[in-house]
Design a protein around this ligand. Structure first.
Ligand SMILES: Cc1ncc(COP(=O)(O)O)c(C=O)c1O
Length: 421
C-alpha cells in the first residue's frame, strides 16, 4: 500500500509549528523496535516537555528541602515552589488557592472526597448516581463508601453512540440522589459529558456533585466555577506533569465543613494528649510531607500548557481525531466505539478489529514503534455495556502528528496480514 500524501492538517498548534512543539519533548526522538516512537497512549499518561523535567531536576539540585517547617532559605524556596504551584493550578481551574488540595493523583482525590464527605453524610438507602462511562477511580471509592454507609449506586446508561442517556439521567436525578459523580470526558470513548448541565440538575435536586476531570483538564480550558461542581479532580501526569501528584478542587465552605481524611504532620493546628485542632483548608487535607518535587513539575506543566493554549491543544487533538476516524475506517473489520462524528468528542479513539485480540493488536503495533493501550481501560462496566472485554485505544496529545496516525493505520493493516485476514 502506498503511504498517503503528506497531510496539511494538524501541522500547527496554537500558531506554533508542530515540529517546534515536538522538539520540546526529549523522549520523542527515541526509537522503539527500530522504528521512530509514535506515542499514542496519552490517555494513560502524557510525555513531559523539557521544562517539566528541568523543574523536577532543578528542585532536587537547587532547592531540595521540606516545606512549611524550616526557617532556612532552602525550605522557604521549596515552600514557594509548592505553594506557587497551588496558585497556578487555582488560576488554571478558576478557583481560589485555598480550594486546591494536592493529592497523589485523581484516584486519591476522589477517595478523599468520597470518604471525607461520604462517611459523615451518607446513610442506608441514599443514592449515589454514576454513569456507565466512569473510570474505576470514580466507581470503586463510591462502592467502598456505599459498603460502609448502606448507600446504593444508581447507574445512568449510555446510548449506542456512546453518549449519556439523558432520559435515564433525568430519571436518576428525579430519584433524589445524595451524590452525582460523573466523568467530564470518557477515557475510553472520548465523549464529552455536559457536566455543567448535569451539575445544575443535580444541585437543583440537592445532590453533592463531583466531576472527574482526568481526561478533560489536559485538552480543554476548564472553569470550575462555571461548571459549578462541589468537587473537581484531575491528575498531574496526564497534564504533561510528573507522576505522584493530583488535585482535588473543593468548594471552600464544603472543605471547611469536612473532617480530615488522613491524620499526621502538617494538617493540625494544635495537638495535645487529649485534643487536636485542625489546620485550615487545604492543609487540613494534606497530611505528611507532600509531593514537593512533583508540585514544582506540575507548576511548570501548567505554565507549559498555558503557553501553548489548552484551546489550541484540544483543537489539534480533534483535528488528528477527525483525520484518524476515516483512515481507521479503511481497515477492514475495524469498529470504532463511541461517537464517530466530532460533536462533543475529544482525541481518544477506542476500536476493535474483527478476529484479532486487542492485546495482539497492540503487540504488533509496538513492533512498528506505535504505543497504544489495550485492555479494559479501568472501565469494566463500560466494557460490559459495549459487549467486549477489551478494546485498543489510540489517544492524542499536543505533540502527535498525522504521520503517527498513518503509522498506526499501517500497523493495523500489518496485524491483519499477520493474522491471515
Ligand atoms: C477518566 C479517568 N479518571 C481517573 C483516572 C485515574 O488517574 P490516576 O491513576 O492518575 O489516578 C484516569 C486515568 O486513566 C482516567 O482516564
Amino acid at each position: 500500500m502506498n503511504p498517503p500524501a503528506p497531510s496539511p492538517v494538524a501541522t500547527e498548534v496554537g500558531g506554533r509549528p508542530l515540529e517546534s512543539i515536538r522538539a520540546e519533548f526529549p523522549i520523542l526522538s527515541r526509537h522503539v523496535n527500530g522504528a521512530p516512537l509514535s506515542y499514542l497512549d496519552n490517555g494513560a499518561t502524557v510525555q513531559k516537555p523539557a521544562a517539566v523535567i528541568e523543574a523536577v531536576d532543578g528542585f532536587y539540585r537547587e532547592h531540595c528541602s521540606n516545606v512549611h517547617r524550616g526557617s532556612h532559605t532552602l525550605s522557604a524556596e521549596a515552600t514557594a515552589l509548592y505553594e506557587g504551584a497551588r496558585t497556578r493550578v487555582a488560576a488554571l481551574l478558576g478557583g481560589d488557592r485555598r480550594e486546591i488540595v494536592f493529592t497523589r493523583n485523581v484516584t486519591a482525590a476522589i477517595n478523599l472526597a468520597a470518604q471525607a464527605w461520604g462517611i459523615d453524610n451518607l446513610g442506608p438507602g441514599d443514592r449515589i448516581v454514576l454513569t456507565e462511562m466512569e473510570h474505576h477511580s470514580n466507581i470503586v471509592p463510591w462502592h467502598l463508601v456505599a459498603q460502609r454507609t448502606g448507600a446504593i449506586l444508581d447507574w445512568v446508561g449510555i446510548d449506542d453512540d456512546g453518549r449519556i442517556d439523558r432520559e435515564a439521567l433525568t430519571a436518576a436525578i428525579g430519584r433524589g440522589p445524595k451524590v452525582v459523580a460523573v466523568t467530564h470526558v470518557s477515557n475510553v470513548l472520548g465523549t464529552v459529558l455536559p457536566v455543567a448541565e448535569i451539575v445544575a440538575k443535580a444541585k437543583a435536586a440537592g445532590a453533592l456533585t463531583l466531576v472527574d476531570g482526568a481526561q478533560a483538564v489536559p485538552r480543554m480550558p476548564v472553569d470550575v466555577k462555571k461548571i459549578g461542581a462541589d468537587f473537581y479532580g484531575f491528575t498531574g501526569h496526564k497534564l504533561y506533569g510528573p507522576t505522584g501528584i493530583g488535585v482535588l478542587y473543593g468548594r471552600r465552605e464544603l472543605l471547611d465543613s469536612m473532617e480530615p481524611f488522613e491524620g499526621g504532620g502538617s494538617m493540625i493546628n494544635k495537638v495535645s494528649k487529649e485534643q487536636i485542632t485542625w489546620a485550615d483548608t487545604p492543609a487540613k487535607f494534606e497530611a505528611g510531607t507532600p509531593p514537593i518535587a512533583q508540585a514544582a513539575g506540575l507548576g511548570a506543566a501548567v505554565e507549559w500548557v498555558e503557553s501553548v493554549g489548552l484551546e489550541a491543544i484540544g483543537e489539534h487533538e480533534r483535528e488528528l481525531t477527525d483525520y484518524a476516524l476515516p483512515r481507521l475506517a479503511e481497515v477492514p473489520g475495524l469498529k470504532v466505539f463511541g461517537p464517530t462524528d466530532m460533536t462533543d468528542r475529544e482525541g481518544l479513539i477506542s476500536f476493535e478489529i474483527d478476529g484479532i485480540h486487542p492485546h495482539d493488536v497492540s503487540e504488533i503495533l509496538d513492533r512498528h514503534g506505535v504505543a497504544v493501550r489495550a485492555g479494559h481501560h479501568c472501565a469494566q462496566p463500560l466494557m460490559k455495556r459495549l459487549g467486549v472485554t477489551a478494546t485498543t485505544r489510540a489517544s492524542f496529545a499536543a505533540y502527535n502528528s498525522t504521520t503517527e496516525v498513518d503509522r498506526l493505520v499501517e500497523g493495523l493493516h500489518d496485524a491483519r496480514r499477520i493474522f491471515g485476514l
